[in-house]
Design a protein around this ligand. Structure first.
Ligand code: AMP
Length: 399
């Protein structure tokens, strides 16, 4: 594996796997270009060195071959806007003679965007022949798609086998993602607090279990907190609960106790008489919610408790909101925790935010620039913190 930043791409054709899986509206317009802008620094570094760039990505979930809706051609104009001085071309296929000829004739400083990789079933199957065909398009392989690093697909992992160690590397985005994730999982300064929220315990079980071996404190908020209260015999009214996970929740509390990890549950909640923006609300203890009412956000006492834990932390990992932050009445918990994480960061803590909804929340409250790192890879980040080896990372690192 080579270090991207020190590599001189002059005269080289770099085949770059990006994650351009951006959301499109019914008019096939891009509604959020974050994933495209996130790759621009990598692309520019190669172009500025005097290299050329062949971009490959998936878009959407095409089931049976090419569909107009999933064509990467809809991204071409915007890519050109993001790279105004650069000649940007498009190939109607990601393999085959057109792609090969256009890649072959690409000049220094030019960019070629390939059609959707997932128009071939071979991509998701991790097919070796398909991966080898892709590999012929460039002199070097750069993986800058952290969002798909947990997939062992042809373009994210298998392709790396067709490049020598010094000809495969992470791009700048991927490198930043890997460095911050490794820092938190393997080199965390203590106290290390993990803040885990969101709807379901079942989605976050593996991450909590892995963090029991690493964190000093785990804050549990959001809908999943009520399963933990019910597991201890408490009344949670009509709050979200996974009755088939009560034993599991108790196991986690016991394991944490044995490992000396402090689990912090929200002592109080903002409760509502229905799951709606115009619900009647009041505050009560989370372990005594009347029937007919449901906890939709952490309460003021919980905010004070959690804030105190966060402010004494040197490392913070945050995945999942503290309440139904999409509705204004239930956003206070998530917003206060975001502010506390920002304050701890200003005091010197390292904070990593990851997972779709926590990223949406930190952006909603305009605090993304006040934390150390906001991950672009929801599923990939979750799997990394569950302790799994990500194929996209392993394929480059093994050399
Ligand atoms: P997840 O994708 O598991 O991180 O869950 C995120 C979702 O959990 C968000 O859409 C929140 O609205 C929802 N959520 C958070 N707290 C609660 C709660 N107390 N009751 C119901 N849903 C919640």
């Amino acid at each position: 594996m080579s270090a991207f930043i020190h590599y001189n791409f002059s005269g080289k054709k770099a085949l770059v796997r990006v994650d351009f899986n951006v959301p499109l509206n019914d008019l096939l317009e891009i509604t959020d270009d974050t994933r495209m802008t996130a790759a621009i620094l990598t692309i520019k570094k190669i172009l500025n060195d005097g290299g050329s760039v062949i971009l490959m990505s998936h878009l959407g979930r095409p089931k049976d071959g090419p569909t107009d809706k999933c064509s990467l051609k809809h991204l071409l104009n915007h890519l050109q806007e993001l790279l105004p001085q650069t000649k940007v071309d498009f190939a109607n296929d990601c393999i085959g003679s057109e792609a090969f000829d256009k890649a072959h004739n690409l000049k220094s400083g030019e960019v070629l965007l390939l059609e959707n990789l997932r128009f071939y079933k071979e991509e998701e199957k991790g097919d070796k022949v398909f991966a080898e065909k892709l590999s012929k398009l460039g002199d070097l392989y750069v993986n800058d798609a952290f969002g798909t690093a947990h997939r062992a697909h042809a373009s994210t992992a298998v392709i790396a086998d067709f490049f020598a160690a010094e000809k495969k590397m992470f791009g700048l985005l991927m490198e930043a993602e890997v460095l911050s994730a490794e820092k938190v999982l393997h080199h965390a300064d203590k106290p290390f607090t993990a803040i885990i929220g969101g709807a379901k315990v079942s989605d976050k079980i593996l991450i909590i279990e892995n963090l029991l071996q690493r964190a000093t404190d785990i804050i549990i908020g959001g809908g999943m907190a009520y399963t933990f209260w019910k597991a201890q015999g408490k009344n949670i009214g009509n709050s979200l609960c996974e009755d088939d996970r009560l034993t599991l929740a108790n196991d986690i509390l016991q394991k944490a106790n044995a490992a000396g990890v402090k689990i912090h549950l929200p002592i109080d909640s903002t409760i509502a008489d229905k799951f709606a923006a115009d619900a009647q609300t009041t505050n009560c203890e989370s372990f005594g919610i009347p029937n007919g009412w449901m906890g939709l956000d952490i309460g003021q006492k919980a905010i004070t408790d959690f804030r105190e834990v966060i402010l004494k932390s040197k490392t913070i990992l945050w995945n999942g909101p503290m309440g139904v932050f999409e509705m204004e009445k239930f956003q206070q918990g998530t917003k206060s925790i975001a502010l506390a994480v920002a304050e701890a960061t200003a005091n010197g803590a390292f904070s990593l935010i990851g997972g779709g909804d926590s990223v949406a929340a930190i952006n909603k409250f305009h605090l993304a620039s006040k934390v150390s790192y906001v991950s672009t890879g929801g599923g990939a980040m979750l799997e990394y913190f569950e302790g799994k080896e990500l194929p996209g990372i392993a394929a480059i690192k093994k050399g």
